[in-house]
Design a binder for this molecule. Structure first.
Ligand code: PSU
Ligand code: MN
Length: 303
């Protein structure tokens, strides 16, 4: 990779060079996953939470065709507030570079960049997965997780997806799923999905030891650490199912698909739930950032 295409902020570069804990954060959730002005506030708060927990945040995105690790506040403002920010998955990275785009990175492309920068832990809200419906629309997040050795802290896959199919996909492709202080895989706005985890972890050390074993074994898939949304912010299941079904039906009626589908569904649900899905989304993002920082701290001592 040509170094000039890849720019790591001084603070993040120094932290990585001295083996300090670093947590990668994605930018699609800022540009396309949350409404303004909550998106900017949340992006800045996630960085603050990582710092207050004792690690260095590295928000990742693409500015003027350069892959950036550790965006500054001005660049985070740009991604949050400009109308011309592309949603960049891994397949779009070369286009964004060639066309000098400003772009927000998904779980797939953030993992791709973070791993190449030397970052071991990444926090997000919910990963993409297998969508519902007859067309096999499978998020590029899944294959990227299968080939990128990084710890991804999330609250499972987004509830809009076919969660059992997503769980099967992870198993088939050897992505280990840890439940963090829980017994089953959480379902984004809900703490429960009925789907199994491979191991329950109760501490950052439990997670770090499994990741260390993966590295010692040269296993190149991600380690998915799933953390339930904090109890007080969980969306009650009756309300959730109604807003979810309405959102799915509206997407079908309006023929929304491809990269627009996930942002459409999330925003539809937030507008029709008096904001309770939005509050849950923010709460789980904040909690995941904290857990990720705690894992990164233990890992920087162990690896
Ligand atoms: N988590 C959230 N909100 C989001 C996303 C994750 O709480 O908006 C984003 C992530 O960037 C993820 C993307 O990679 O949604 C999945 O999009 P798709 O289904 O088009 O692959
Ligand atoms: Mn898709």
């Amino acid at each position: 990779m040509r170094p000039e295409l890849f720019q790591i902020s001084r603070e993040v570069a120094e932290a990585l060079a001295t083996n300090k804990p670093v947590v990668a954060l994605e930018s699609t959730v800022i540009a396309h996953g949350l409404p303004r002005p909550t998106n900017l506030e949340t992006a800045l708060r996630l960085e603050r939470i990582v710092r207050d927990s004792g690690a260095i945040p590295a928000t990742i995105g693409i500015i003027d065709g350069t892959l950036r690790v550790g965006l500054n506040q001005e660049e985070i403002h740009l991604l949050a507030e400009s109308d011309d920010i592309k949603k960049i998955s891994t397949r779009d990275i070369p286009i964004a570079v060639a066309q000098k785009w400003n772009g927000a990175t998904t779980v797939a492309s953030t993992s791709w960049i973070a791993h190449r920068a030397g970052i071991k832990v990444f926090a997000t809200g919910g990963i993409g997965g297998v969508h519902r419906g007859s067309l096999p629309d499978i998020s590029a997040d899944l294959p990227e997780l299968a080939r990128t050795p990084i710890v991804v802290v999330c609250s499972g896959a987004k509830i809009v997806l076919d969660l059992p199919a997503t769980r099967e996909w992870l198993e088939t492709n050897a992505v280990t799923v840890i439940g963090y202080q829980c017994e089953e895989m959480p379902a984004f706005y809900s703490r429960l999905s009925g789907l199994p985890i491979d191991l329950r972890a109760d501490s950052p050390g439990d997670v770090a030891r499994v990741f260390k074993a993966q590295r010692d074994l040269d296993i190149n898939s991600a380690l998915l650490v799933t953390v339930p949304v904090p109890q007080d912010f969980e969306v009650p299941s009756a309300q959730l199912h109604k807003v979810l079904n309405d959102a799915l039906a509206d997407a079908e009626r309006s023929s929304v698909g491809g990269r627009d589908l996930t942002p459409f569904l999330l925003s539809h649900m937030s507008q029709h739930s008096e904001g309770s899905t939005l509050r849950a989304n923010i709460a789980l993002l904040e909690n995941n950032a904290k857990v990720a920082a705690e894992i990164a701290i233990v890992m920087s001592d162990m690896l």
